[in-house]
Design a protein around this ligand. Structure first.
Ligand code: GLN
Length: 238
């Protein structure tokens, strides 16, 4: 952690807040503060400079126009690229996930991403809308990932990143096989929900990376409600 306060940055609420992914910021802040880890949540509009000194950077989903504008601005700003190089945590969703990759298609044109994940995104034959579930990459030590996807893009993972879910059991995800990607402390997923409310252990993994403490030393929280929601959604897919 760069200071005694955990600094959380929500990138470009004016461009990429279409799908309620700002809930991820609220979940992280709540789960940190419940463990007496004080947080500061910083909203950075697209006409502002992204802070260099922060612990977790979050970016959400959006439509094609705002997505390509956000990518251009983040490349020019450089702070997220710099933060990832310093091993800071980046959690990206849908349009934000595609922006973390090498390139993506928006408005029938290819756009450059930040290249923090070794992924490229193009267009799929259909829009992927609905519930998704699948077992998480074993190295991350997390339970089944569950959430809601809503995207037209398809994503292909290169050698330098690993899938978040190697094989989906329901839904489309990246390409009807895998879902999401990660490299170091940069994670991307197609899942809304918001993803961290649907997957609280993933939220705790991000917190543990940010504070440099193992997950089992963060302290237990009462997750009855989110576990109930997870079970309901997974049972509906069975
Ligand atoms: N525009 C992107 C796509 O359709 C991202 C959509 C989203 O963020 N939900 O693939």
């Amino acid at each position: 952690m760069s200071t005694s306060i955990l600094r959380l940055v929500w990138i470009y609420p004016d461009l990429l807040s279409t799908y309620g992914d700002r809930g991820n910021l609220l979940v992280l802040s709540h789960r940190a503060e419940a463990r007496q880890i004080m947080t500061e949540s910083i909203m950075v509009r697209s006409d502002q400079v992204v802070p260099r000194e922060a612990d977790i950077y979050l970016i959400g989903g959006g439509e094609d126009g705002p997505q390509s504008l956000a990518a251009q601005k983040l490349i020019a700003d450089g702070a997220v690229t710099d933060a990832a190089a310093r091993d800071k945590v980046v959690f990206s969703v849908c349009a934000g996930y595609q922006i973390m990759g090498r390139s993506f298609i928006a408005g029938d044109r290819q756009h450059a991403g930040l290249g923090l994940l070794d992924i490229t995104s193009d267009r799929g034959p259909t829009r992927a809308v609905g519930e998704l579930a699948g077992d998480v990459h074993p190295q991350l030590g997390l339970p089944t990932l569950t959430g809601f996807e809503n995207h037209g893009g398809r994503t292909h993972i290169g050698q330098e990143s690993a899938p978040l879910v190697p094989q989906v059991s329901h839904g489309i995800g990246n390409d009807e096989t895998s879902e999401g990607a990660w490299r170091g402390k940069v994670i991307g997923t197609y899942l809304h929900g918001p993803a961290l409310a649907r997957n609280p252990q993933l939220a705790d993994l991000l917190l543990s990376w940010a504070v440099g403490r193992p997950v089992d030393q963060l302290g237990q929280l009462d997750d009855t409600w989110s576990q109930q929601l997870r079970q309901e959604r997974l049972a509906a897919l069975a």
